[in-house]
Design a protein around this ligand. Structure first.
Ligand code: V0V
Ligand code: CO
Length: 145
């Protein structure tokens, strides 16, 4: 099952500007910055809290181009919440279980996510309009960071 809210993904035009906003407004601290070519994003994870099953973050997302998931989202809807990422212990097992429930999987098998995690997305049209991500944290880096 789901073990925590791992992150809330927020689409923005200017990553550096939004990082500065979250730092100065909420006092959050950047835990990681990455470019993920396969996902078409430049992203930052800002640490929010640690819990018994791992940490939670705000993920700020800037598109690498207009023809990417976040680029298309920004053109259509503007800046705002793009997806919710839930923690799972085993993303492959979660995909199998959820795929059997008539929820379309955008990823048949796990892909590379932020901070070494294994991730997979579920179609927003099958989750009440919410793009949903499953996140299996890397063993070492994410827990208790
Ligand atoms: C699109 N739609 C959304 C949505 N994006 N609804 C809710 N939340 C979103 N984020 C709606 C859109 O309004 C359309 O509905 C419909 O889905 C089809 O959208 P589209 O604009 O035609 O775009 P598509 O179909 O080409 O692509 C949409 C999907 C795509 C969701 C399939 O964005 C995707 O595969 N996303 C998964 C990968 C991703 O998002 N990567 C970036 C984050 P109407 O208007 O027809 O009703 S990477 C990340 O989080 C990482 C690395 C990490 O956490 O580690
Ligand atoms: Co994400």
């Amino acid at each position: 099952g789901l073990t925590r809210i791992d992150h809330v993904g927020i689409a923005c035009h200017d990553l550096e500007e939004k990082i500065a906003f979250y730092e100065s407004t909420f006092g959050l601290v950047v835990a990681s910055r990455e470019v993920n070519e396969a996902q078409g994003v430049k992203e930052a994870m800002l640490h929010v809290a640690d819990g018994p099953s791992g940490s939670s973050y705000v993920q700020l997302l800037e598109p690498l181009g207009p023809d990417t998931p976040v680029g298309k989202f920004l053109a259509k809807r503007g800046e705002g919440v793009h997806h919710v990422g839930y923690g799972v212990d085993d993303v492959a097992a979660a995909l199998e279980a959820i795929g059997a429930k008539h929820v379309r999987l955008l990823d048949e098998r796990p892909r590379h996510g932020s901070m070494g995690a294994s991730i997979a997305f579920l179609h927003p049209k099958d989750v009440g309009g919410v793009l949903t991500e499953l996140v299996q944290a890397a063993e070492d880096p994410r827990k208790g960071r």
